[in-house]
Write a protein that binds this ligand. Structure first.
Ligand code: PSU
Ligand code: MN
Length: 304
C-alpha cells in the first residue's frame, strides 16, 4: 500500500553495494528561490556523482514516495507553487491523499531509512527557535535524529535558531553531534560559533564507524555531522546578527507561526543580504554533499 519508488540508478547502486546519498526537497521548494533552487538541486546531484556516489533526491509525487528523481521531476518541483512542506506528521497523510510533498530533514530521514540509504546531505537542520520558551517552536528534525538511523551532514545550525537550546535538546535525546575537523560548532553561514561541539571527528571513516557502532548496539537514531562552511564562503556572524534580528522581529509582528517560520526567515534574510545568504548557502550545501559522499563510501567499505 505504501509505494516507494527508487530511481533505476539508486536500485543499481544499492544492489552493487556502492554509495548513495539522500537529498531533501524542502530546500528546493521552500528554502531557495527559483531558478537558483533548480540550479543548486542539479549541481548538488552532480557533486555527489563526481565524488563517486549516487544521489537520491527525496519527494512525494502523486502520493508516491520517490528516492531519486528524474530531471523533469526536479524541474517541476523547483517551479511548483503549492507543494506541501512535509515532515513526520504530514508525510503519511499527504501520501494517503495522493498529494505532492517536499520533504524536510525529518521526512527525508524517514524516507532514506525506508529506502536503505544511510547518509543524507542538507544545508541546515531545523532546531529550537529563538523564543521557544513561549512559542514551543522546536523542529521535528531534532526528534527524528533521535529516532531514525541516518547520518545527516549539515553545516551546523542557523543563527535564526537558538543554538545553545538546539544543542541541549539534541543532548537530551541522545543525538551525537559531531563537528568535522574542528572543535567549534559551526553556525551555518559562519564556520565557527562561540560554542564547542559536543564531539569532534576528523575523518569520514571514523564517522562511518560511529554510525555502524550505534546500530550494532541497537541504539535507535542517527547522528548529526556538523560540517563547517568553507572559509572563503562564510559571512561573518556580526554582519548577519542585525539582519536575523530584523527578520525575526518581522515574523513576530506578522504573526508567522508553525511551518511558515523557517521559510519566511530564509526569504527575508535572502532579501536583506541582497542574495549573499544564498551564495553562502549554495557553497555549504555542496560542501556537505561532498562529505556525505565520502561517509557513504566508507560505510560501503565497512559493510562489504
Ligand atoms: N534550514 C535551511 N534551509 C532549509 C531548511 C532549514 O537552511 O530549507 C528546511 C529543512 O527542510 C528543515 C526544515 O528540515 O526547513 C525545518 O523546518 P521547521 O523549522 O519548520 O521544522
Ligand atoms: Mn517549527
Amino acid at each position: 500500500m505504501m509505494t516507494l519508488t527508487r530511481s533505476p540508478e539508486v536500485i543499481e547502486a544499492l544492489k552493487n553495494g556502492t554509495p548513495v546519498v539522500a537529498l531533501e526537497s524542502t530546500i528546493i521548494t521552500h528554502g531557495m528561490p527559483y531558478p537558483q533552487n533548480l540550479e543548486v538541486a542539479r549541481q548538488v546531484e552532480a557533486d555527489i556523482r563526481a565524488a563517486g556516489a549516487t544521489p537520491a533526491t527525496i519527494a512525494v509525487i502523486n502520493g508516491t514516495l520517490h528516492a531519486g528523481l528524474t530531471d523533469q521531476q526536479l524541474e517541476d518541483l523547483a517551479q511548483a507553487k503549492n507543494v506541501a512542506k512535509v515532515s513526520r506528521a504530514d508525510m503519511p497523510v499527504i501520501m494517503a491523499k495522493g498529494g505532492m510533498g517536499a520533504t524536510t530533514v525529518a521526512a527525508t530521514m524517514i524516507a532514506a531509512n525506508l529506502a536503505d540509504i544511510d547518509v543524507f546531505a542538507t544545508g541546515g537542520i531545523g532546531g529550537v527557535h529563538k523564543g521557544a520558551e513561549t512559542s514551543f517552536d522546536i523542529s521535528a528534525d531534532l526528534l527524528e535524529l533521535a529516532a531514525t538511523p541516518v547520518t545527516v551532514v549539515a553545516a551546523g545550525a542557523k543563527a535564526i535558531l537558538d543554538i545553545p537550546k538546539t544543542l541541549e535538546v539534541l543532548e537530551t535525546h541522545g543525538v551525537p553531534v559531531i563537528a568535522y575537523g574542528q572543535d567549534s560548532f559551526p553556525a551555518f553561514w559562519s564556520a565557527t560559533s562561540d560554542l564547542t561541539a559536543p564531539l569532534r571527528m576528523d575523518t569520514a571513516a571514523e564517522m562511518a564507524r560511529a554510525a555502524l557502532m550505534r546500530q550494532a548496539m541497537n541504539l535507535p537514531g542517527g547522528q548529526l555531522i556538523a560540517n563547517p562552511i568553507p572559509a572563503e564562503s562564510e559571512i561573518a556572524a556580526d554582519v548577519l546578527a542585525p539582519v536575523i534580528a530584523l527578520a525575526t522581529a518581522e515574523a513576530d509582528a506578522q504573526g508567522v507561526t508553525g511551518k511558515g517560520v523557517t521559510p519566511f526567515l530564509l526569504q527575508r534574510i535572502f532579501e536583506l543580504t541582497e542574495g549573499k545568504s544564498l551564495v553562502a548557502n549554495i557553497a555549504l550545501v555542496r560542501n556537505n554533499a561532498r562529505l556525505a559522499a565520502e561517509i557513504a563510501k566508507e560505510m560501503c567499505i565497512l559493510r562489504a
